[in-house]
Design a protein around this ligand. Structure first.
Ligand code: GRG
Length: 316
């Protein structure tokens, strides 16, 4: 079956995710300024790429495992939101003076500019913890009865929690950030293409890959489907990063909603600096080709192919 056009699908899923995020972010029982800072960063918008990957993978697998659209969203929407909370925490911390020292994010002053460093750090910490509350708690067994039994729901949730924790943790995103920080130390050896790829695979690739995988796991994907989704996610992650580097060279801050040209100005290694713009574009296209091939091999359809194409065609 031909999937609906990506634009309409994205718009509908984004408003679902935005509404769920607004509903799920804690307000009662949380100090007011902390709750406000958490909402400020999460509800500032953003592409919501990671939640879109969770939902698209869950839909693609759900078609195969006999779930209807409502059932797919019941199992996958909380995880889609949880991963967006983790992504937002990483942006808040990355923007801090001790890291990237940035002042513009998602078209607004960064969290530490708006709320001060202490509250920004705490809001990131709280978003990370909140994400795991969501992953462990929702959906509850009563929401998925009778079409998914409680032991199977618990098994899938535990697998999802493990995947997200590994992707976000010391061997994943935090480890990638540590490699990035070390490479920026005075006198550090410049990263070559292989180490740059490894740094990005951890820093941004791991959470993108985990997003797609978690959607597949929660919707009941088989090992073959999950293996294909893992390859898709890893290739999409690399393509995303190459395009991010290209946009940092070519983009305008107003369109990107963050400071453009920063990596090049800081002398950071980027794909365009190492390979040139044309070869960087070719590499991004090759990654997308491999991502699509992985999906074909497992007969997974829906919006995943269109999302991969969108990642390389995007302008912000
Ligand atoms: C601080 C532990 C810790 C990790 C930070 C992801 C990350 C690691 C830093 C982000 C730095 C950065 C700007 C990397 C480039 C790629 C990237 C992740 C861009 C931001 O993601 P988008 O484009 O943002 O999906 P939106 O705002 O659309 O959600």
């Amino acid at each position: 079956m031909t999937p609906e056009p990506l634009e309409g699908w994205l718009a509908a899923r984004r408003s679902e995710v935005d509404a769920a995020l607004a509903r799920l972010l804690p307000d009662r029982g949380v100090p007011e300024r902390l709750a406000e800072a958490m909402r400020y960063s999460v509800l500032a918008g953003g592409k919501r790429l990671r939640p879109m990957l969770v939902l698209a993978a869950a839909e693609a697998v759900g078609v195969r495992s006999g779930l209807d659209q409502r059932q797919v969203h019941t199992v996958a929407l909380p995880a889609a939101c949880a991963i967006e909370l983790i992504h937002t925490y990483s942006l808040v911390h990355d923007d801090l003076p001790a890291m990237d020292n940035d002042t513009l994010r998602r078209g607004r002053p960064t969290a530490h500019v708006a709320y001060g460093e202490g509250t920004a750090i705490l809001s990131g910490d709280a978003l990370l913890a909140e994400a795991f509350i969501l992953l462990a708690r929702d959906p509850q067994p009563s929401e998925v009865r009778p079409w998914l039994d409680e032991p199977e729901l618990s098994r899938r949730k535990l697998q999802a929690i493990t995947l997200v924790a590994e992707a976000a943790g010391a061997a994943g995103m935090v480890g990638g950030q540590a490699i990035d920080l070390a490479a920026a130390e005075p006198g550090a050896a410049p990263l070559d293409e292989r180490s740059l790829g490894e740094m990005h695979a951890r820093k941004t690739g791991a959470l993108l890959r985990a997003s797609a995988l978690v959607g597949g796991v929660l919707a009941g994907g088989t090992p073959d489907m999950l293996s294909a989704i893992g390859t898709y996610g890893a290739q999409l992650g690399l393509a995303f990063q190459i395009v991010d580097d290209i946009l940092d060279v070519e983009g305008a801050s107003a369109v990107l909603g963050k400071t453009a040209g920063k990596d090049a100005a800081a002398g950071k290694p980027t794909y365009p600096a190492l390979l040139g713009l044309d070869e960087s574009r070719r590499r991004a296209d090759t990654c997308v080709g491999e991502a699509l091939e992985a999906l074909r091999s497992a007969a997974l359809e829906g919006q995943l192919p269109a999302i991969a194409r969108w990642v390389v065609a995007r302008t912000h």
